[in-house]
Design a protein around this ligand. Sequence first.
Ligand SMILES: Cc1cc2nc3c(=O)[nH]c(=O)nc-3n(C[C@H](O)[C@H](O)[C@H](O)COP(=O)(O)OP(=O)(O)OC[C@H]3O[C@@H](n4cnc5c(N)ncnc54)[C@H](O)[C@@H]3O)c2cc1C
Length: 524
Amino acid sequence: MTTTATRSWWGWGTTDQALPDDECAGLAGLLPGLPARPRPVPDVRDLVLPPTRIAPPSTLPVTTDPAARAARAFGKAYRDVVRALSGDLAGAPDAVARPATEAEVVDLLDWAAASDVVVVPVGGGSSVVGGVEYRGDRPWLALELTALDRVLEVDPVSRAARIQGGALGPVLEAQLRPHGLTLRHFPQSFEFSTLGGWLATRAGGHYATLHTHVDDLVESLRVVTPVGVNESWRLPGSGAGPSPDRLFLGSEGILGVLTEAWMRLQDRPRWKASASATFTGATAAFDAVRAIAQAGLHPANCRLLDPGEAALAGASSGEWVLVLGVESAVHPVAGRLAELTDLARAHGGRVADAPGAGDAAADAWRSSFLRMPYVRDGLARMSALVETFETACTWDRLEELYATVRAEVGDAVARVTGAPGLVNCRLTHVYPDGAAPYFTVLAAGRPGAEVAMWDEVKAAASEVLGRLGATITHHHAVGRDHRPGYDRQRPEPFAVALRATKSALDPAGVLNPGVLLDELPAGR
Ligand SMILES: Cc1cc2nc3c(=O)[nH]c(=O)nc-3n(C[C@H](O)[C@H](O)[C@H](O)COP(=O)(O)OP(=O)(O)OC[C@H]3O[C@@H](n4cnc5c(N)ncnc54)[C@H](O)[C@@H]3O)c2cc1C
């Protein structure tokens, strides 16, 4: 798929979609304390990059072009956007590689291991956890994989496809469409993230229930590790010992480069319907969603927005909003939607009069969901603190978690900024035994101090999640930024095994050091 739009080097998506200055300034009314005008976006051609420290052989597909290096300096978290806007490119990669074949990936890894050059695999570069930004002292190479973007084979009988790891969401879907098939994995970052990135981070996508993570769609994986290629068999299921695929799912570029995967596909849905319900309180809303998650009806969408989040999305004011969606390639879905709305009603929900395909609250939520990253960047230019964090816990602890996180993170925001901010929440994915709450923080920052201010708020958030036994991440991954929370969460024997695995597969320690594990000291 080709696009004429230019990718933003500092923010989300494409430059033509970024909020113009006047629209940014219009956001000042959202929060007291924001400046009247946005900070300018630096011209990348004016910025200074450190001299490159590597000289790879000319046979390798590597460039030291300044624009390519600048574009790979950061991921796409709020703190990345703010740092890019400040124009500090001191940590940019020494070079960017863009292999077009798996053989080139092998050659690049061999050269890097022999030359002690760190390699950071990059798909779309949409990491929000510092996953694509090396922070050590060694020279480093951003290994950009988006040229490996083909659907190589489709098996219509088993309904699966062999897809290269660098395919961006729209690129792989465009190749599946002529077969009447879809992967149907739609994270919010779908347009600008890749299959390999989804697998390496265990991304969460479209399905709010059942197949919540991309893991569930994987049949087999092909991974280039520094010691050889690891390819698992295509199987619908297997009880043969620990799963080799599970070792690489979520490995975040530290064990190898995911070059291909056989993915389970879906027929394109023919029937879809959506509805929404409102609730006056948290208890009723959580009870309704739990009943739905435990009923075996598997709605594709089951997003619960708290009153603050609903108001921001333009879906309601003052109430909780539950957005429900059902779909099927085989059966009409009106009956299933009716069962879902009956459950919502049975728990005190008020269902919009005529549920159906065009439900207004569902539509408002969907369009604001896709626009949000651009608005976030506009707010970042207005010195707002605007970021999200997500987690999961079991139902028995959910209401306490929701209240405690909002109270303690709200206190942290007030302490750090000197004024109250917003701490909103939605449930993005739900399970029979628990749910994944996703929090949004919005507050006025001080120009120049935003990253330090956000880091303090985030530390408070991570502390409360760990104390309450909720995961440091449900789908955003660990990267470098979640390391303290991840280290607290993972059992020590598992950490020992992961370190041993890393040493066995990446003996030179060149693959994405600092992610999931500490970088080993030089000369280890
Ligand atoms: C606005 C926005 C919305 C988002 N929405 C979602 C969402 O809905 N759900 C969700 O789960 N996440 C979301 N994310 C986070 C991010 O998009 C995901 O983590 C995504 O899976 C990353 O894919 P990517 O191709 O951009 O990977 P990158 O960001 O390039 O890399 C992420 C990690 O994977 C490794 N990696 C990448 N490709 C490979 C490969 N082929 N082999 C080995 N390692 C590799 C990298 O080294 C890095 O550690 C969002 C991010 C943003 C900025």
